[in-house]
Design a protein around this ligand. Sequence first.
Ligand code: NAG
Ligand code: NAG
Ligand code: NAG
Length: 410
Amino acid sequence: MESSNPIEELHQPLLKKLLCYPLYVIFPILLIHFYLDPFYSSSTNIIIQTPFTNPITTPPPSLPFSLCDYTEGEWVPTEAAPLYNGSTCATIKNGQNCMAYGRPDRDFLFWRWRPSHCDLPSFSPSAFLRLVSNKHVAFVGDSLARNQLESLLCMIASAAEPHLVYTSGEDNKFRRWIFPSHNATFSIYWSPFLVKGIEKSAEKNFNQLFLESANEIWAKDLKDLDILVFSAGHWFLHSAVYYQNGDVLGCHYCENHTEIGFYDVFGKALKTAFESVIERGREMDVILTTFTPAHFEGDWDKLGACAKTAPYKEGEKILEGMNEEMRRAGVERVQEARARARDSKVRFRVLDVSKIALLRPDGHPGPYMNPYPFANGVGEHVQNDCVHWCLPGPVDAWNQILLDLISRGS
Ligand SMILES: *[C@@H]1O[C@H](CO)[C@@H](O)[C@H](O)[C@H]1NC(C)=O
Ligand SMILES: *[C@@H]1O[C@H](CO)[C@@H](O)[C@H](O)[C@H]1NC(C)=O
Ligand SMILES: *[C@@H]1O[C@H](CO)[C@@H](O)[C@H](O)[C@H]1NC(C)=O
C-alpha cells in the first residue's frame, strides 16, 4: 500500500512550526496537512435539512424554510447493515476504508439518525437513481465533499455500477462517473474555497482568495449541471490573504494585513458561488452541506486522538464556537440566496448536518487512515484523521437526508 514514511518526514518540521502558534491555530494547520497529504484527500460531507417530512408534532421552525428540522434527533442503534463495504464498493479512498486498514471495532456501523419530529426514510439506491436519471450531479468543495460523494456512489453502487469516465488532477481531484443504466452523471470538483484562490505552497505559506470571483474550475460547467452540492469550510481556517476587486480586504493569521477572521470571508465566498449559479439562470437544485466538526481530543499525533467507539447522546455535546459559527455562516447565506432566487429556477437548500456530525466522534478513521498502524506495536507518534469519515460510516446518513431533501422538490 502506499503508506509509511511521508508521514514522519512531513510531521517533524510541521510540529516545530506548530509550537509557535496558539493551540487554536493548530488544528486548522493539521487539517491542511491532511488535505495535502497524498494519501489523504478529498471527501465530502453534507448537512441536511429537509423541508417536509411527516411532521409528527409541529416543532419550532429553526430554519424558516424547513417544516421538519432534521437536526433535532439522536443516533439510535440499528441492526441494519450498511449498504456497502470495502469489498462491494470500489470507489472508497484508501485512508477512509477503515476496515481494510485494520479498524477492529464494528459498532460504529450500526447506528441510524432518528430525527425527533419526523421520519427519515431509509436510503433507496434505485429511488436516488430514478431521481437523477438524465441529470448531472456535481459535488464542489474540499475533501469532505469527496468523502460524501464517495459514500453516495457506494450506496448507489449496491443497485447499479458506476463507470469512471474522467479523471484529472493530483490525487483524483476531478472525477466523473456515469451510471449508464440511468444516464446519471456524478462529478467531483476540487475547489476548497469555492471562489478563485491560490492554495498555499512551499513558497507562500498562506492561501490567497479572490472573493468576488467564483472558481471557474466548476463555474465554467454550470450550464451542464442539474444538482449542485457544495461542501467546503475547513480550508478557511488556514492562514490566508483575502482580495476583493483588486484590493486586499484583510487576512487571517498572516503578516502585514489586518486580521479579519474567516467567518465573514466564508460567507462572502458562499455568496459569490451562489450568485454565479443564480446568474446562470438554469433550473438547478443547489444544496449546501454545512460544516462538520472535527473530533481531535488531545494531541493529533498521539494514540487516542479520536478513539471513541460510540456516538454522543443527545444533549451530551452542543454545537458551539467555531463549529456553530461556520454552520451559521452557511445557513444564513443559503437563506439569503433562497430569497434572492425566489423568482428564478434555482432552488437552494441546506443540508444541515453539523450537529448530526458533532455527535459522531466514533466515525473517523483515526489511526486507520494508515494501513494497520499498530502492526509493529504502538509507536510514539500515531497520525490520526479525526476530520473525515470512515466508509461506510456516519456520512452515509448525510446522503440519506440528501435523497429526502431533493426528492421533495420545493
Ligand atoms: C461485504 O458485503 C458482502 C455482501 O453483503 C459480504 O458478503 C461480505 O462478507 C462483506 N465483507 C466484509 C469484509 O464485511
Ligand atoms: C443524458 O444526461 C445528460 C445530462 O447529464 C443529458 O444532457 C442528455 O440529454 C441525456 N441523454 C439522453 C439520451 O437522455
Ligand atoms: C511583510 O512585510 C515585510 C516588510 O515589508 C516583508 O519583508 C515581508 O515579506 C512581508 N510578509 C509577507 C508575508 O508578505
